[in-house]
Design a protein around this ligand. Structure first.
Ligand SMILES: Cc1cc2nc3c(=O)[nH]c(=O)nc-3n(C[C@H](O)[C@H](O)[C@H](O)COP(=O)(O)O)c2cc1C
Ligand code: SF4
Length: 444
């Protein structure tokens, strides 16, 4: 068990008592070693920092797991005009609550990551895009941004007066739609438009906010940057795990917010690769009421479900290939016990996606409505066995991976519905009332 990296100032079990949590302001952050990584970064060539982040092989913590350093290298050379960092703190994926913890208690860690990233990638303006419902967190972050301006991190003469480069940082509150977390929906929202995802390419690194080069990164990804700069990529790689299937590794610590039927739900900092059963039994105090594990949403409802025989699944970026879910997602699992009605779970998730579809793509707009109708019918006991097949066929046809939609919201709907039906099919079949079909004998 490695000492905490991202939550070292946030008392988190087993390292500390959550009752001792408080907002770490600028003075306390500085006193406890904060902004020393920025000082170190400012003494380095920007390319060296990009190289260190690339060497760490850190993969994005927002859901897609894209290598962060590689993404940064997609930026074109600076041309003297604006370049942006869009910080994704939308965190609207059901069951996900990890970025919130960082905003709640250690806002300057996130701001230090932002400052270093802007310096390394030559980005002069950062927008901190925060979920509309995060009222308290928005206030905490706004106060911290003001402190960072007052103390020479942002603004003219900022970056501690040593970067030869100024960074502006603005907080932007979302109007409150899940789709605004999709990176191009987020860019549209910052531009003041409806949060409709854009067709890619062009990718944001080339043509992003206001058509200018933009890096979009998740809060937790950016919060890991000071550690990588200060301790080096090799130290980062002592945490997490190699791939067991010859794919890219899953290095580093990860915040995992666990909810559902466990004794101690909460956000825990662990090494990537931890078994789900270890997370539940050793960190969360086991299953609530000693009941049996029935399944878990892997990391946000978009990822699909881990079945009853997948309690020992390793929580790393290989999870999709190994356990028939879409991926690790946000690594915030929701745990279900033996008494859970999986038909109701599927219907509830389908309702979420139907409500949150932005409506641009027909397969997502219409398909999400039909999935909900079919699941509602089956849950009520009015479904037919054809409905179950239709459900799987319909879900399987939706998504950007299938080339039928612009963004991944429809893939999430597809994976959630298909994996729940496939892994708990007898429960769905039990709800289907056999229909009497009269047999006609042709007497001719
Ligand atoms: C429907 C949808 C919602 C998303 N919501 C979020 C979110 O709330 N926060 C986030 O960081 N990424 C979210 N993403 C992923 C982003 O599009 C993007 O991959 C991520 O912000 C990149 O940051 P990272 O590389 O640091 O992970 C979402 C994607 C989709 C398709
Ligand atoms: S897949 Fe759905 S949410 Fe994404 S752009 Fe298309 S309609 Fe909108």
């Amino acid at each position: 068990m490695n000492a905490p990296v991202l939550t070292k100032r946030i008392p988190t079990p087993p390292w500390g008592d959550p009752a001792d949590r408080h907002i770490v302001d600028f003075q306390e952050y500085r006193r406890t070693g904060g902004y020393e990584a920025l000082e170190q970064a400012l003494s380095m060539e920007p390319e060296k920092i990009v190289g260190a982040v690339k060497d760490s092989q850190i993969r994005g913590r927002g859901g897609a797991g894209f290598p962060c350093g590689l993404k940064w290298t997609f930026l074109p050379e600076p041309d003297g005009d604006r370049r942006y960092l869009a910080v994704n703190c939308d965190e609207a994926e059901p069951g996900t609550f990890k970025d919130r913890l960082l905003c709640d208690f250690d806002p300057h860690l996130v701001l230090e990551g932002i400052a270093i990233t802007c310096y390394a990638c030559r980005l002069d303006t950062a927008y901190f895009f925060i979920r509309g419902e995060y009222h308290h967190q928005a206030k905490v972050m706004q106060k911290a941004i003001e402190e960072a301006y007052e103390n020479g991190i942002f603004g003219p003469g900022g970056l501690m007066g040593r970067g030869g480069f100024a960074v502006e940082c603005f907080l932007h509150r979302s109007a409150g739609a899940y789709i605004c977390g999709e990176e191009t929906g987020l860019l549209e929202a910052i531009e003041g438009k409806r949060g409709w995802p854009r067709i890619k390419p062009p990718f944001p690194a080339v043509k992003g906010l206001f058509d200018r080069p933009t890096i979009v990164n998740n809060v937790e990804t950016l919060a890991a940057v000071p550690f990588i700069v200060q301790e080096g990529p090799d130290r980062f790689k002592t945490m997490g795990c190699e791939s067991s299937i010859g794919a890219a590794p899953s290095y580093g610590p990860k915040l995992m917010g666990v909810s559902g039927h466990v004794n101690r739900p909460g956000c825990y900092e662990v090494d990537l690769g931890i078994k789900l059963s270890t997370l539940v039994d050793e960190y969360c105090g086991g299953m609530r009421g000693g009941k049996a594990f029935k399944g878990a949403i892997a990391g946000g409802v978009s990822m699909g479900i881990l079945g009853p025989d997948q309690f020992d699944a390793e929580m790393d970026f290989d999870i999709g290939t190994r356990y028939d879910v879409m991926g690790l997602g946000t690594a915030c699992p929701t745990i279900f016990d033996e008494e859970t009605d999986m038909v109701a779970v599927a219907r509830n998730i389908a309702r979420f996606f139907k409500n949150e579809s932005c409506g641009q793509c027909t397969p997502c707009r219409e398909g999400s409505g039909w999935l909900l109708k079919l699941l509602t019918r089956i849950e009520r006991g009015d479904g037919t066995s054809e409905d179950l097949d239709l459900l799987l066929e319909l879900a399987g046809s939706m998504g950007s991976m299938k080339g039928t939609t612009i963004c991944g919201l429809a893939d999430g709907n597809n994976w959630a519905v298909r994996t729940i039906v496939n892994k708990y099919r007898p429960e769905f079949e039990a709800r289907i009332v056999p229909k009497f079909v009269p047999v006609t004998i042709d007497s001719a």
